[in-house]
Design a protein around this ligand. Sequence first.
Ligand code: UT7
Length: 330
Amino acid sequence: MALQAQIVGWGKYLPSRVLTNDDLAAMVDTSDEWIRQRTGIIERRIAAPNETTAEMALRAAQDALRMAGISSRDIDLIIVATATPDQEFPATACILQDALGASRAGGFDLSAGCSGFVYALAMAAGAIAAGMSRLVLIVGVEKLSRIMDWSDRSTCVLFGDGAGAVVLRGGEGPSGILSTTLGADGSGGDLLALRPKVSDDPNGRGPYITMDGRRVFKFATRVMPSAVSQVVKEAGLSLSDLQLLIPHQANQRIIEAACEAMGFPMERTFSNLERYGNTSAASIPIALCEAAEEGRLADGDLVALVSFGAGLSWAAALIRWGRAERVVWY
Ligand code: UT7
């Protein structure tokens, strides 16, 4: 029987510096009122200039490993989902592997924009089911402040930095990842992209994010309901069986529109974007972590994760929450 990937530990890291809407209003032509009304965001965290993506990933990973009660030497695969690695290579996962002393682990970075963490969950679930891996560490981490155009009010008010991690272990029993779906539509790639640095840029910007917000908004509200329906259906269940939906934390209006389209109650949806903004690949693992900390996940609960982002890409996963009934070591 194929093993299921069960979440046995989770952790997060948020940098200490808070950037409020009022702080942003002093930088660009915006206001606290506009940002709250159009996005639901009140503040976000910003990493220190010398704080790296790998360091943030390490803090979240250590938290998750401590909770799982496992040694880093037992991990056999590390996947880091990020759009903001410190450098093109080596992979952040390899820097993390060394920092953790995960001497038996392979590691790679996964680039799927804001969908990266859910993509990584799907890859890990597959590796565990195939018997390729037994303990997988997944981190979603971003230092988006590094690629922000701080003169563009249509993007700089949206994003923040942070990291979230989970440890997955192969096990038997009802809990674990039940189904996943992945999607991509590269024809929309230009709608959300990293513009390369040009030498004669009048603002002296490095590479920076550009986005057609309105079109990404429409795309998100279209793909989220269908991805959630798909994972629920694949598991032979229905939307009403879901105890909690953890959507990508991009915009409260997107979450509300997607829930309305699905006929899913907002009370069963998790949101923390007012405090962190959009942390891209880190948004879902941070939210998952906080949902667990706040007691919103009980053993046996069905929770769906759904994300969308650059690529364009989208992904969803359905999880039966609960600690492993029987640990399988091979
Ligand atoms: O992880 C995926 C990442 N991307 C997203 O999630 C983005 C999805 N899109 C969105 O969240 C929304 O489209 C935004 C929040 C980006 C924008 O909200 P919107 O309701 O779609 O506004 P809009 O782009 O249609 O702009 C409305 C007005 C425009 O002014 P005019 O042309 O009507 O005079 C903008 O110039 O709001 C203006 N505007 C702002 N005003 C104050 C745009 N950004 C700001 C701002 N402050 N920060």
